[in-house]
Design a protein around this ligand. Structure first.
Ligand SMILES: *[C@@H]1O[C@H](CO)[C@@H](O)[C@H](O)[C@H]1NC(C)=O
Ligand SMILES: *[C@@H]1O[C@H](CO)[C@@H](O)[C@H](O)[C@H]1NC(C)=O
Ligand SMILES: *[C@@H]1O[C@H](CO)[C@@H](O)[C@H](O)[C@H]1NC(C)=O
Ligand SMILES: *[C@@H]1O[C@H](CO)[C@@H](O)[C@H](O)[C@H]1NC(C)=O
Ligand SMILES: *[C@@H]1O[C@H](CO)[C@@H](O)[C@H](O)[C@H]1NC(C)=O
Ligand SMILES: *[C@@H]1O[C@H](CO)[C@@H](O)[C@H](O)[C@H]1NC(C)=O
Ligand SMILES: *[C@@H]1O[C@H](CO)[C@@H](O)[C@H](O)[C@H]1NC(C)=O
Ligand SMILES: *[C@@H]1O[C@H](CO)[C@@H](O)[C@H](O)[C@H]1NC(C)=O
Ligand SMILES: *[C@@H]1O[C@H](CO)[C@@H](O)[C@H](O)[C@H]1NC(C)=O
Length: 486
């Protein structure tokens, strides 16, 4: 027994040595890169030689006075320092009511611990008519129209376009979207345009959002689109579990994104990685890639912990999520797509996930629906391949997994390793798989037929990022490896 085990190890070491010459299977560490870039730029940003307080521009923090002009004027003033190391706008203790305002490059927006930026609550119907509070802005080219309604959309509370080097931070200060009125308008179908985000950056690079609490966003809270080098760190995002589409962080056609140490409890997906919608997303063709998520904790009400899609027409690849915990959520990991989306989702790695009180632990849906118009191409089928999920424990889970590919569009190389889901409460079969192909080891309850073939020792190279894992297990010869008995 011992002898044959050593033999297998020896054979595998040879296999690995042979593979070592190959290009390393790259899951780029966006968070490590961000940390390095930050260390380099930190002095620069901290220096921000010019600093003003919003009160110097006539702002009043009484929760009643509208300060939109004060935000706009202060930022306009600070623009003259953009080429002199940038500037800092400080928001002192108080409740600072404001409508939408635009950021500029080389700016740090810094809130005091007891500062609350309060979104204008839209008490008057006239504010919908493109007033200064919630202006209308053109649809995103990769969406073709607003996500909820045709035509333009409301601009986010904090908005940035074509920018570089922006920091939003605040020692636990708060940005409150006062979204409940928007949720009512949305639910009673009286809105004329798509709801605003709390923070949106378009075509920008070098964004750091940290140490803040975001509450009650009208729609998705943080939406970077066509951006590079985005770090969201140590933020809390809160909204009631029944609030409609209050996603936490939605990187959309972005690369080199790091999301770490966040607590998100909202009504929809905590993090949703997107890349454009049907024919508009296909022709815009900007993927989301090199996205790293770590130490994410939260509850997603009617949504999922981490979602990919449903808008993924520009492609999504190289996503790494580790050390995540979800509770009181409809779904843990969710992939949403549809005929008409085109694009691809590939090279996704999720590891070290804990779930408590989750409806369905893993759900892949190929017929999500929701199209921008009737001109989408139903033959544009997404390519879904190389998704690895490993080291998962779940307690009080209704269904283990529902994986639904399409007859003409089988999901390929789906690999599940070391997944234990306890207290399955549904009386349906725990796994329900169709048009999916892949491999598994150490999955409880027993995996569905299409994924029954084992990962080790023959198929780990078909599984995204698992050759590295095997190497780790073998290097540490202290019993772990015996779990990989074959
Ligand atoms: C993106 O921003 C840069 C300036 O930062 C600008 O040159 C470029 O044209 C912008 N692209 C789009 C599509 O807006
Ligand atoms: C961003 O860049 C694009 C492309 O150059 C330009 O059309 C647009 O006006 C710019 N927007 C802003 C707010 O600078
Ligand atoms: C920020 O607020 C959270 C929740 O109230 C708290 O756990 C954390 O310690 C606070 N952090 C700081 C730096 O004040
Ligand atoms: C819709 O909700 C808004 C906000 O609560 C309210 O002012 C409006 O009267 C409602 N309209 C209808 C038709 O229910
Ligand atoms: C939508 O537009 C109509 C017509 O301009 C207006 O009467 C209505 O108040 C608008 N809806 C909302 C929610 O503002
Ligand atoms: C955010 O908070 C952490 C921990 O309190 C601190 O180390 C870090 O410097 C803060 N970041 C900024 C940009 O203030
Ligand atoms: C399985 O995952 C658990 C954490 O969920 C971890 O402690 C354990 O070491 C893993 N087992 C193997 C064989 O990798
Ligand atoms: C599993 O479910 C049973 C019955 O609902 C319950 O008594 C037990 O506490 C659950 N175990 C855990 C770890 O939640
Ligand atoms: C699997 O799901 C399909 C459609 O969602 C459903 O019709 C079928 O009954 C399910 N099968 C099992 C065994 O639960």
């Amino acid at each position: 027994m011992r002898r044959s085990y050593q033999l297998v190890v020896a054979v595998l070491v040879v296999v690995i040595l042979v593979r070592e010459g190959e290009a390393e299977e790259g899951v780029v560490g966006s968070c490590e890169n961000a940390a390095a870039a930050k260390a380099m730029g930190e002095g620069e940003r901290r220096r921000r030689p010019h600093s003003v307080s919003i009160t110097e521009f006539g702002a009043v923090g009484d929760g009643v006075t509208l300060n939109t002009k004060a935000f706009q004027n202060s930022i306009f003033y600070l623009n003259s320092f953009a080429d002199k190391g940038g500037a800092k706008l400080f928001v002192p203790p108080g409740r600072w009511l404001t409508g939408s305002f635009d950021l500029i490059s080389h700016l740090t927006l810094c809130l005091h611990h007891d500062a609350v930026i309060l979104a204008s609550p839209l008490l008057l119907p006239h504010v919908f008519q493109n007033s200064a509070d919630w202006p209308i802005t053109e649809p995103l080219p990769s969406y073709g129209q607003g996500r909820e309604l045709p035509g333009p959309r409301h601009r986010s509370l904090i908005y940035g376009r074509n920018l570089t080097d922006i920091v939003i931070t605040g020692d636990n200060g708060t940005i409150d979207g006062q979204g409940s009125i928007w949720w009512d308008w949305f639910e009673n179908k009286t809105l004329n345009y798509t709801r605003p985000h709390l923070v949106e950056f378009i075509n920008s690079t070098g964004i750091v959002i940290s140490n803040l609490t975001f509450t009650n966003s009208p729609f998705w809270a943080i939406h970077p689109i066509y951006c590079s080098h985005v770090t969201v760190q140590n933020v809390r995002i809160l909204a009631p579990p029944e609030s409609p589409n209050t996603d936490g962080i939605d990187p959309d056609s972005c690369d080199n994104v790091c999301i770490e140490d966040c607590y998100i409890s909202t009504g929809d997906d905590l993090v949703a990685i997107k890349s454009g919608w049907d024919e508009f997303g296909i022709s815009y063709g900007r993927p989301s890639t090199n996205i790293e998520i770590r130490r994410l904790v939260g509850a997603s009400g009617r949504g999922s912990g981490i979602a990919i899609g449903s808008e993924m027409s520009g492609g999504v690849s190289e996503v790494r999520a580790e050390n995540i915990q979800f509770f009181n959520s409809r779904t843990g990991i969710r992939l949403k797509t549809s005929p008409g989306r085109g694009g691809y989702v590939r090279n996704i790695y999720v590891s070290d996930m804990k779930m408590v009180d989750v409806g369905t632990a893993i759900r892949f849906t190929s017929q999500f629906g929701e199209h921008p118009d009737e001109f989408y191409d139903p033959t544009a089928l997404p390519l879904i391949e190389r998704i690895t999920i490993k080291d998962v424990v779940g307690v009080n889970i209704k269904l283990a997994g529902v994986l639904e590919g399409l007859e003409a569009d089988t999901f390929l190389d789906i690999c599940f390793f070391n997944i234990t889901l306890n207290n399955i409460t549904s009386n349906k079969s725990p796994w329900n798989c169709s048009y999916v192909q892949g491999f598994s080891d150490l999955v409880t309850p027993e995996i569905c037929e299409p994924l029954k073939e084992r990962i080790y020792p023959e198929h780990y190279s078909d599984c995204y990022h698992l050759s590295n894992h095997l190497w780790t297990s073998l290097s540490n010869q202290n019993g772990d490896v015996q779990l990989l008995s074959w």
